[in-house]
Design a protein around this ligand. Structure first.
Ligand code: SF4
Length: 62
């Protein structure tokens, strides 16, 4: 499974705090997600980030 952050991200930092292995702040102050499939053991943290993202910017793929 992969995930991606869309343009609705406002850079609140919640997902980075919950799952720093997958989400990283970029130079524009918003967030991008790992391009490759999410690492073993991070799925529940990614789902938590997705469910609590204030702008629904996190999308699951696959
Ligand atoms: S939780 Fe959502 S709005 Fe906040 S930094 Fe992550 S993707 Fe962006």
């Amino acid at each position: 499974m992969k995930c991606k952050v869309n343009t609705a991200c406002i850079g609140c930092g919640y997902c980075v705090k919950v799952c720093p292995r997958v989400f990283h702040t970029n130079r524009r102050g918003t967030v991008h997600a790992l391009e490759e499939p999410i690492p073993d053991g991070t799925e529940s943290a990614v789902i938590q980030a997705k469910e609590h993202c204030p702008t629904q910017a996190i999308e699951m793929i696959g």
